[in-house]
Design a binder for this molecule. Structure first.
Ligand code: FES
Length: 398
């Protein structure tokens, strides 16, 4: 690895493996991974022996994979941007962009005022501008991850991802005091559709203890990802953006690599380059193969839209309606759904209607947030927007 790479991470083996509970289909999935890798010249090796505390059903090894610390990568990118005269503005939210006539600059509207630009790249998870209906082409999911101290052994040094279910990935990380921690990635679900997200954390705890024995969880978190219904990430000019508004989305948990590909593809398009491989990122989301999935997903979205309003209507608000600490409920004030929550003793009474397109929000028990089951927007218990495609906070209930 070069000096720059050494600054942000290390080198490890990457392994795709089938866990001990694997079934026939998982073995076949592993074979497909092997064949796909070899068909593009990646020299994967099959093995049944790993450093894991259990014998996997089978495994593929990719030698010399880079294991990077994402925050170090981010720091290095920010430093390089500033060295080249770029400016990073934080704490300011983009709400909209006007294209105007072809010869004019774009006008970008933000929470701190408007500015003009020649080009705009939306790298916001799901694109925040609705002009190309991206919110209907991606499925938002949250996946739960935990960091554990292993009390009786050292963490495995390779990076592992399983095929089949339950889905698991393993990494190492260095804790604050220099100790090696095991990072366990696991279950994911469509944003806003789970009844109890805390059970996902319990599930990770249980699996880690079963496999690694005496462990102590240090922390956990969740990450939000987007998958295009076509299964191919998008990076290119947005429809109705005058060829000057670009977006990148649908990395499907492979953001460390897909984001780099998207950046190369979009910068090439802006600067007039012609990279043949980038065509699939521009056009892949139009593929017919994704249409059936998109239709099914949007039928599901419509179902949540209807049931959200109907169930809020049933639960009428009364003076006695008060959620317990850490809980949130949706009730009706007779006119529209109201989100009631109590976090750290603070009771909030907000509109339960998503500021994007009117979905009725649901309480995320683990993260204590209001999540939208339609397109994945999220709001803190006090109404602050956490995640788009919405661009506005939740207002207080009338
Ligand atoms: S995110 Fe689209 S309606 Fe909530």
């Amino acid at each position: 690895m070069g000096e720059r790479a050494a600054e942000i991470g290390g080198c490890a083996e990457g392994l795709v493996c089938a866990t001990p509970t694997a079934v026939q289909e998982d073995g076949e999935a592993l074979e497909r991974e092997r064949d796909a890798a070899r068909s593009v010249g990646i020299d994967v090796q099959e093995t049944e022996h790993t450093e894991l505390p259990f014998e996997p059903f089978g495994a593929l090894v990719l030698p010399e994979q880079a294991q990077v610390q994402p925050m170090s990568v981010l720091g290095a990118l920010a430093r390089q941007l500033r060295e080249r005269g770029g400016k990073i503005v934080e704490g300011c939210r983009v709400h909209d962009a006007d294209v105007g006539p072809p010869s004019a600059s774009l006008t970008i509207h933000t929470s701190a005022g408007s500015l003009t630009a020649e080009h705009c790249v939306l790298a916001t998870g799901t694109p925040i501008l609705d002009r190309s209906l991206f919110f209907a082409k991606v499925e938002p999911s949250r996946s739960y991850v935990s960091a554990h101290r292993l009390l009786d052994r050292s963490p495995p040094q390779g990076m592992y991802v399983s095929v089949g279910t339950p889905s698991r990935s393993l990494r190492t990380a260095t804790g604050f005091d220099g100790e090696q921690l095991l990072i366990v990635g696991g279950p994911s679900e469509v944003v806003g559709r789970a009844n109890d997200t805390t059970k996902r954390i319990r599930e990770l705890d249980r699996w880690t203890a079963e496999q690694f024995g005496n462990v102590r969880r240090i922390t956990w978190w969740a990450a939000q990802d987007y998958r295009m219904h076509s299964r191919i990430p998008f990076a290119g000019a947005m429809p109705r953006g005058g060829g000057r508004i670009f977006a990148a989305t649908g990395y499907n948990k492979w953001g460390m690599t897909n984001a780099v590909a998207a950046a190369l593809a979009i910068s090439g398009e802006i600067l007039g380059g012609n990279m043949e491989w980038a065509k699939v990122l521009r056009e892949g989301c139009m593929r017919v193969s994704g249409v059936t999935d998109a239709l099914a997903a949007n039928v599901e979205v419509a179902k949540y839209l209807v049931t959200g309003w109907a169930s809020a209507e049933v639960a009428r608000e009364s003076k006695a309606t008060a959620p317990a600490e850490g809980e949130g409920i949706v009730v009706s004030d007779g006119l529209s759904p109201v989100a009631l929550s109590q976090v750290d003793g603070k009771v909030c009474r907000l509109s339960a209607v998503c500021t994007h397109l009117g979905g009725v929000l649901r309480w995320n028990t683990a993260e204590r947030s209001w999540d939208c089951p339609l397109h994945g927007s999220r709001f803190a218990a006090d109404g602050r927007l956490l995640e788009g495609p919405a661009v506005n906070d939740l207002p207080e209930a009338d």
